[in-house]
Ligand binder design. Structure first.
Ligand SMILES: Cc1cc2nc3c(=O)[nH]c(=O)nc-3n(C[C@H](O)[C@H](O)[C@H](O)COP(=O)(O)O)c2cc1C
Length: 384
């Protein structure tokens, strides 16, 4: 019953299975920083990500964020209550928070694990968030915004590509993530990086790690979960849709009179309402037309009438095949990614020659995610 080296077999097997478990776990700078088991954050989707969804994600080993959106005190109180004792965070649309900054104090009183700011100036809020011990997560869409987030003291940067559901800009996840990874390697190696936009399964998670991220922030996939505050008819439309069925547009903001700044557009399903007005926003903004269409939008939204409203979701709809409990979604994603990452070293060694720079940055990071040295320590060889 002893193995070649004299160690009893059962003990040896136990040791190997333990090592293999350690090898498989994707412990990264993000899991370490957030104190979580799996490198997955659920996006603070305005009013869709309530306390139950955030708690379910946290309980499954990720970090759940409540979607504070444009800011509504009663909604926030209700959803923090719904999250129970789970360790969750909250996200805000920053330009809107700037008009209702008292809501930040309301949220900080719940001792959130993290506060995520997207779409606006971070600096006015950063100190208040960090002063209470909450982590500052900043979602960015360009390298310039990543620089601003680092300057404001972000603990985690979320690089959001244009595939994402909801608001965003033009750059795609596939190039934005590695570019920001390189930048952080040079300028702020302690700052963790999460990739967002198009991640809906284990392939997306594994790919994000390969691209140099420390984990992912997932919106659309959790939007199609049992716990999300989303009408079942919207979720059914998304499950039936493919990835060609979404569009970036300003129609939904013009119809709702939400004054989004700059170049931000929203990715939504190509519903009848959206496609009727896309490209004709000026006509939609005519006072009488807008009054009528705004009423139509909200009436349909509240009734779950997909055709006559806006449905916020990302290109990832093409990868969503069911509405499942959030914990199950997260576990599937982790299982698939672990399998893929476990296979990655073989795949990499069989692949054509790579430059040392590419090897040490992308492969090194992903292999580390499946290697015995569990916490990925440093980004190496950034682009100069
Ligand atoms: C329905 C929906 C609502 C969203 N609302 C917000 C929001 O209020 N604040 C925010 O920072 N991001 C919001 N987002 C964007 C997410 O933070 C995230 O970037 C995006 O969901 C990631 O891409 P994915 O949808 O492909 O996973 C929203 C996304 C969706 C799908």
């Amino acid at each position: 019953m002893t193995s070649e080296n004299g160690v009893p077999r059962p003990l040896r097997d136990f040791f190997y299975s333990l090592v293999s478990q350690l090898e498989k776990s994707m412990r990264t700078r993000l899991t370490q920083k957030l104190g979580i088991e799996h490198p997955i954050i659920s996006a603070p989707m305005g009013y869709a990500a309530g306390g139950k969804l955030a708690a379910a994600v946290t309980e499954a080993g990720g970090l759940g964020l409540i979607g504070g959106g444009y800011g509504d005190a009663e909604w926030l109180k209700r959803e923090f209550a719904a999250s129970g004792n789970a360790r969750v965070g909250c996200g805000f649309i920053t330009w809107s928070l700037a008009q209702k900054s008292h809501l930040l104090e309301l949220v900080l009183a719940y001792a959130p694990a993290a506060v995520m700011l997207s779409f606006g100036e971070i600096a006015p809020f950063a100190q208040r968030i960090k002063a209470v011990g909450a982590l500052l997560i900043c979602q960015v869409q360009t390298l310039a915004l990543a620089r601003d987030a680092v300057a404001a003291g972000a603990d985690v940067i979320v690089a959001q590509g244009a595939e994402a559901g909801g608001h965003g800009l033009e750059r795609a996840t596939f190039t934005l993530v590695p570019e920001i990874a390189d930048y952080l390697a040079r300028a702020a190696p302690e700052t963790a990086l999460a990739a967002a936009g198009g991640v809906a399964d284990g392939r997306g998670l594994a790919a994000a790690l390969m691209l140099g991220a420390d984990g992912v922030l997932v919106g659309s996939r959790f939007w199609a979960s049992a716990e999300a505050l989303v009408p079942p008819s919207f979720q059914a439309a998304a499950v039936a849709a493919d990835g060609d069925s979404t569009i970036r547009t300003t129609v939904v903001d013009v119809a709702r009179r939400f004054p989004w700044p700059g170049a931000f557009t929203a990715r939504v399903l190509k519903t009848r309402f959206t496609m009727e007005w896309d490209g004709r926003e000026a006509a939609l903004a005519e006072p009488a037309t807008r009054e009528r269409e705004e009423a139509r939008y909200w009436k349909a939204f509240n009734a779950g009438d997909v055709d006559n409203t806006g449905v916020f979701t990302g290109e990832a709809v093409g990868l969503i095949r069911d509405v499942a409990p959030a914990g199950e979604i997260l576990r599937r994603m982790v299982r698939e990614a672990e399998e893929l990452l476990g296979r990655a070293p073989g795949a990499v060694s069989g692949s054509p020659k790579r430059s040392p720079k590419a090897n040490s940055r992308s492969n090194g990071r992903a292999i580390s995610a499946a290697a015995t040295s569990p916490v990925i320590a440093a980004r190496r060889s950034p682009k100069r």
